[in-house]
Design a protein around this ligand. Structure first.
Ligand code: GRF
Length: 212
């Protein structure tokens, strides 16, 4: 299935760039319908325009509530024909209105091995905690902050000689691959959100051929 994808960004958009490149090269079965930012100055918007993808700003500041902002964002995504949403450094917490509009079809990338270090500055949190290993996570989005069912994670070492910037850069490099990999699994129908007695989780079907 080709993912009709909307990508939401608030900043530089290097993860967005990885998705644009992968979709263009056929490594990701997705059509990026629109890139939307809550910040008019987000560099990600320029990356979208450069790739010939519509770039839309919905500035959150004039809105009186989060729900009103989300309503405007959802309207833009619908107008663009979006069915799946990728959060690529989008610094706004989604309200139930947004979650319901794209129920089970919103994915986020986060720079830690969740559930460790949720929220802002996950790389700094890990660095200051003195752990020897951190990483990145792609997960389905639910009503919590970085709490949704995990699709894929990748570990990244922290060496004793590292600066915080070294750690950030090492994680980011892995994020770019992991986001493409996770979205590819979703597009192939091999990563599915399932609900059972233990709640919601992601079922990954291995690519290995089934035994005779
Ligand atoms: C990434 O570290 C991502 O995990 C987090 O925000 C950052 C966005 O970076 N959610 P970029 O804008 O994709 O470069």
């Amino acid at each position: 299935m080709t993912l009709e994808l909307g990508v939401l960004v608030s900043g530089s958009g290097t993860n967005l760039q990885a998705l644009l490149d992968a979709a263009r090269d056929g490594r990701l079965d997705a059509r990026i319908r629109v890139v939307l930012s809550n910040r008019p100055d987000a560099f990600g918007l320029q990356r979208a325009r450069r790739a010939g993808v519509p770039a839309v700003v919905v500035d959150h500041k004039p809105f009186s509530s989060r729900a009103a902002f989300d309503e405007a964002v959802v309207a833009e995504l619908r107008k663009a024909g979006v069915e799946w949403v990728a959060l690529a450094g989008f610094m706004r917490v989604l309200t139930p209105l947004f979650l319901d509009a794209f129920s089970g079809r919103i994915l986020n990338i986060h720079p830690s091995l969740l559930p460790a270090f949720p929220g802002v500055d996950a790389q700094g949190q890990a660095f200051r905690a003195g752990v020897h290993e951190t990483g990145c996570t792609v997960h389905f989005v639910d009503a919590g902050v970085d709490t949704g069912p995990v699709v894929l994670q990748r570990k990244v070492p922290i060496h004793s000689t590292d600066s915080e910037d070294d750690v950030r850069a090492r994680i980011l490099e892995q994020e770019h691959e992991l986001f493409v990999e996770a979205l590819s699994l979703v597009a192939a129908g091999r990563a599915r959100l399932v609900a059972d007695a233990h709640g919601k989780h992601v079922l990954i079907e291995s690519g290995a051929p089934s035994p005779p």
